[in-house]
Design a protein around this ligand. Structure first.
Ligand code: HEM
Length: 387
């Protein structure tokens, strides 16, 4: 095939409202195709094609960026926009802070924070557990991990909204917010350099050695910025979308209350079906054919993780949310060398958030059925207290 099968495919904003129908249509009729959005890109909608592209990093490079459109900066973010061989040296720097054991050590703090927030939203019969619970939890945890002042967490929401959720409609505003964050991060780095060393993210970054040389200021900033945009809204979205589902499916909510052991498999299923990262981009380093389509060197290629996660060739009844689904490997955290560095932490936060809310508060139901499944906005629920 020499032509580009063109589809009006977008994976941001309002397009997310109906994206699962879109994916189905693409998988059936146009599993590899071209979209003119964001300067033009190929998209891969099938599980197998996405998996293969993730493994073949030499052909599908993350440079200049896997974010499409950009996340408030054109600088390569570290390590997400860096290819081998340098990539692994960057990644190793922070790996010890995200191991299962490190996450276990942090868990009591995650639990206590979740309990405090749950008690707060549970004070009224109708509450916004999106903005009052899902959103602050990862921000507060993140402050501790990076070494930001604890009371600054509430500043982050507005920045994240402007950088991530405004970027497809207002790139200039997204860039402005990106610069504000970078200034904020830089002030912290300079302050920390004057203080005694501490083993947190900032402490490791400022003393890092890459391939035998000290890390540069620019690299520190590009790493810290990536963590800011990768770790906050993703986890908040995953918590919110899990609770969004439970607020609309009382039987499954009741089942998890009766059998909390099921919460971890339920969270995997929410991640598979309602994942915060619906797609990531790559750039072809050479001409390559996928599904009979002629991808040219330099073309952008979007891996539609959210579509791969619902591919009927990979999962039985893929659009059904089955909270005790077994063998549930999915793309929510990626599957290649750039697999999410914070996956242990992100997953743990979602599990704790669901468990603590169910444990401490009465059954809840959705009040505003128009609130979308996606994003980090409000999620209004009514708690059904016994009379
Ligand atoms: C539920 C929450 C999260 C989800 C769904 C998620 C998802 C992802 C995805 C899809 C990727 C790209 C994978 C690829 O293209 O192959 C990624 C990369 C990354 N994530 Fe996460 N993420 C989450 C939470 C976090 C947290 C809490 C942190 C850190 C505080 C974090 C840090 C990173 C980093 C550093 C990378 C780049 C890894 C590399 O390039 O080697 N993420 N994440």
């Amino acid at each position: 095939m020499n032509e580009r099968p063109v589809r009006d495919f977008d994976f941001h904003g309002a397009a997310l409202d109906t994206i699962f129908d879109t994916y189905k249509e693409l998988r059936e009729n146009c599993p590899v195709g071209w979209s003119d959005h964001y300067g033009g890109f190929w998209f891969l909608a099938k599980n197998e094609d996405i998996f293969n592209a993730e493994q073949d990093w030499a052909t599908f490079s993350v440079a200049p960026s896997m974010l499409l459109p950009a996340f408030g900066t054109d600088e390569p973010m570290i390590p997400i926009d860096i290819d081998p061989p340098v990539h692994s040296a960057y990644r190793k720097l922070l790996l010890p802070l995200f191991t299962p054991r490190a996450v276990d050590d942090l868990t009591p703090f995650v639990e206590q924070t979740a309990r405090d927030l749950a008690d707060e939203v549970g004070k009224s019969d109708i509450a916004d557990i999106g903005l009052g619970y899902a959103r602050p939890l990862p921000s507060i945890i993140f402050c501790t991990l990076v070494g930001y002042p604890q009371e600054d967490w509430y500043l982050f929401d507005e920045w994240v909204d402007r950088i991530i959720y405004g970027r497809d409609v207002n790139p200039a505003e997204s860039e402005k917010a990106g610069n504000e964050v970078r200034e904020y991060l830089w002030a912290l780095v300079e302050k920390r350099r004057q203080e005694p060393p501490k083993d947190d993210i900032t402490g490791r970054l400022i003393t890092a050695v890459i391939d035998g040389r000290p890390i540069t200021d620019e690299e520190i900033l590009n790493y810290a910025y990536l963590l800011f945009v990768a770790g906050l809204d993703t986890t908040a979205w995953a918590i919110r979308s899990s609770l969004w589902y439970l607020a609309r499916n009382p039987e499954d909510q009741e089942r998890l209350r009766r059998d909390p052991e099921l919460i971890s498999s339920a969270v995997e299923e929410f991640l598979r079906t309602l994942s915060p990262v619906q797609a990531m981009a790559r750039t072809a380093t050479k001409d390559v054919e996928v599904g009979g389509c002629p991808i040219k060197q330099g073309d952008r290629v979007v891996l539609a993780f959210g579509s791969g996660n619902r591919d009927e060739e990979a999962y039985a009844n893929p659009d059904e949310i089955v909270i005790d689904r077994e063998q549930n490997r999915h793309f929510a955290f990626g599957v290649g060398i750039h697999r999410c560095l914070g996956s242990n932490l992100g997953r743990r936060e979602v599990i704790v958030a669901v468990r603590e809310l169910l444990d401490r508060l009465p059954p809840f139901e959705a009040v505003n059925l128009d609130e979308p499944w996606h994003g980090v906005g409000p999620l209004t629920v009514r708690f059904k207290r016994e009379a």
